[in-house]
Design a protein around this ligand. Structure first.
Ligand SMILES: O=C(O)CCC(=O)C(=O)O
Ligand SMILES: [Fe+2]
Length: 316
């Protein structure tokens, strides 16, 4: 059945590993899991506690003059702050005394590994004292673990729609967060630029520029503190912090280890076979360029038909 309007993400309570592996994981659909024990972080992670325990190690943060971050027009910059200062600034209710761009700038932290270009983030390594307070849900096998990442946002901050290549458990620890998701099968309606959608305003999209966006089925949920969102690999997600928010996401491998790019600290590089296929496509397009426009158009359409009949799993 066609999707009409919005679809609420399914909510599950009392989920244990068995239920997750049998009833939720195989569906490859997002799910909100309520009441999964996440440890003492739920009570402990106040701004003061985080600042004290997280210490003053330097973190690289996104700083944006407006709350909707725009990767197309780069309305944000990266700056480095000590973790404790960053947390205080992101949680601030009033205008910033010290600022980079403007008094009402927004902040977003996606924590990184020790050597950010090589190593995935791991809370246990970068924030050992805080990592103790967060209990990673035991729903995956330990060898599937890829990374654990702090997600800390100013109130109102919106992160663009993108996909990651790992399965994800996104835990909301404090603050409420709205998450809008789209199926990988809706990729044709999302106006992709690499791993991101060019449609920044998912609530009132520019339909003259992006007419097919209305065809994408919008899944939505609001995460409250203590909620866990399962985001299967390749599902697009757009997050909006309704309040100052602290989250932790844990990425897990879904495919065998050697399906993934070995140099992928973020968990968003396409699997090696997919990257090879995309490269081959670029070569094919280069060959089409040797033809006059009329022929190029015709053979491009034939290629689309071939791809559809050979590789799509169904008629969507
Ligand atoms: O929580 C957020 O703000 C973004 C989360 C995200 O993109 C992820 O967990 O992959
Ligand atoms: Fe993500």
């Amino acid at each position: 059945m066609a999707c009409q309007g919005r679809v609420a993400v399914s909510v599950f309570t009392d989920v244990d590993k068995e239920l997750f592996r049998k009833e939720i994981y195989p569906l490859r659909k997002p799910a909100v899991l309520k009441g999964v024990p996440l440890g003492p972080c739920l009570e402990k992670w106040t701004v003061d506690y985080l600042a004290a325990k997280g210490g003053d190690r330097e973190v690289k943060v996104h700083v944006s003059s407006v709350s909707q971050m725009d990767f197309l027009h780069k309305n944000f910059i990266y700056r480095t702050l000590p973790f404790d200062k960053f947390v205080q600034r992101a949680a601030a209710k009033a205008e910033q005394e010290e600022f980079f761009i403007s008094k009402d700038e927004s902040y977003y932290l996606r924590s990184l590994g020790e050597d950010a270009r090589k190593e995935p983030a791991d809370l246990k390594k970068q924030f050992p004292d805080l990592a103790q307070d967060f209990h990673i849900p035991p729903f995956f096998e330990p060898e599937q673990f890829f990374s654990s990442v702090f997600r800390i946002s100013s109130p109102g901050l919106q992160l663009w729609t993108h996909y990651d290549v790992m399965d994800n458990l996104l835990a909301q620890v404090t603050g409420r967060k709205r998450v809008v998701l789209y199926s990988p099968q809706d990729a044709l309606h999302l106006y992709l630029s690499g791993d991101k959608s060019e449609v920044l305003d998912v609530d009132s999209p520019d339909l003259e520029r992006y007419p097919n966006f209305v065809k994408a089925c919008r899944y939505e949920c609001i995460l409250a503190p203590g909620d866990l969102l399962f985001i299967p690999a390749l599902w697009f997600h757009n997050t909006l912090a309704l309040q100052f928010g602290i989250g932790v996401n844990v990425f897990w491998r879904h495919l065998p280890l050697d399906s993934y790019d070995k140099k992928d600290p973020y968990g968003n590089k396409d699997p090696v076979a997919a990257a090879r296929a995309l490269q081959a496509l670029e070569r094919a397009l280069g060959a089409l360029d040797e033809l006059p426009a009329e022929y190029r158009d015709f053979y491009a359409r034939r290629m689309v038909l071939r791809i559809q009949s050979r590789a799509y799993s169904n008629e969507t």
